[in-house]
Design a protein around this ligand. Sequence first.
Ligand code: PLP
Length: 389
Amino acid sequence: MSKLMSNYIPLDVTFVSGDGCWLTDKSGKKYFDALSGVGVVNLGHCHPDITVSIVEQAKTLLHTSNWYHIEHQEVLAERLCALSTMDNVFFANSGAEANEAAIKIARLFAKDKGIEEPAIISANESFHGRTMATLSATGNDKVQDGFSPLVSEFIHVEFDDIEALSKHSNNDNVVAVMLEPIQGEAGVIIPESDYLDKVKSLCEKNDWLLILDEVQTGMGRTGKMFAHQYNNITPDLLTLAKGLGNGVPIGACLAKGRAAKLFTAGKHGSTFGGNPLVCRVALSVLDVIENNSVLANVDKMSQYIHTQLESELSDIPAVQSIRIKGLMIGIGLDDNLIDKTKLLQKALDDQLLINIAGSSIRLLPPLIISSDEVDILINKIVKLIETAD
Ligand SMILES: Cc1ncc(COP(=O)(O)O)c(C=O)c1O
C-alpha cells in the first residue's frame, strides 16, 4: 500500500526520463506527452539550455532569503515587466500562490478605498488554484466541495458574457474581476475576441482591478508571450507560473499602477519565492522563447494542427467542436456517443498522454513540437476517437 495520500489517482505508469515531446517509462517504452506535464514543460522535457542553467546555478548558489538582494530575481522582474508593460513583480512558487498574492493585493486595494467587505468577480468553470482563497475564486463546485466556509466574497458569473459582469456595476463592494483569458481546466474555452477589451473598459469605468490569470495561457502557450496581448489591453494584475520555469516551481504576480504600490514591507512574503535557481531558469526560458523563434513555431504548428484536425475529425459524429488558440487545443466530444472515462487509459495504451477536461480532450503539446511530431499526434488522436466506444 502506498504511503501517499489518496488525493491523486495516477495511471499505472512511471516515467524515468524525458526528451522534448517524449517520455520514457521504466520498461523503455516511449510516450508522446501531448500535455507538457500539465502545460509546464513548454520547451519540452530536459531542454538542453534549461538543463545547463539548472546545473550551473546548482553549482553556484541555490538559496538566499529575500532579506538580501537576489540578482537573477531583479533581472527576471525587469524582463517580465518589459515584456508585459507591467510595473512590478512578486515571485511565488506556484500558480495558486501567484493568484493568492493578486487576491491579497485586491484586498489592500479595497482597504484603500474604505470598502470593508470586498467582493471579487470571477467566472463559472474557472480554475485559479487549490489554496482556500484560490479555490473560493474557482468557479467549480467539485473543487470547493468539503471546504466550506469558503473565503468570501467571490461572485461567479458566466464567462464570455459582458452583460453578466456589468449587472454588478452598482455593487459598491466589488473591487476586482479575475479571469483566465482562455479557460484551460474547463476544456479550452475561448471567449469572443473582444471580450477582454469590454471587460477592461468596464473595470476602468467602475474602478475595478482587472486580474488576469495567465498561469496556463502565459509564456507563449497561445502564440503570444501572454494571451491578453491579442487584445489591446494591460491588466492591473497578471499571474504566471507553469511554463515560466519549464519544470522548476516558480510563480509570479505582476502588478501595474496603483496595484503595484500596495505590497509594502511585511505585507506578503515567501521563503522559497524567487530564489536564485528558479529565477536563473526562468531567465533561460525567456532566452529560449525569444532566441529560438518559439512563438513563430507555435503559430505555424497551430495552423497545421487546426487544418489537420478539421479535415480528419469534422465528419466524426462524436466530435462536436474543435477549439484552438496557439497550442491550447480542446476537442469537444458528445458524451452520449463516447465514454470519455475510458479515453485516458486508451490513449496511454497507445503511448499518448492527454487530458479530459469537462466533455473535451485537452491538448497542450510542447511549444517546440515539429511538424513530424504533429503528424504522430494527429494520427494517435484520430485513432483514439475513431475507435472509442
Ligand atoms: C489558470 C490556472 N490558474 C492557476 C492554476 C494553479 O496553479 P498551481 O497548480 O501551480 O498552483 C492552474 C493550474 O492548473 C491554472 O490552470
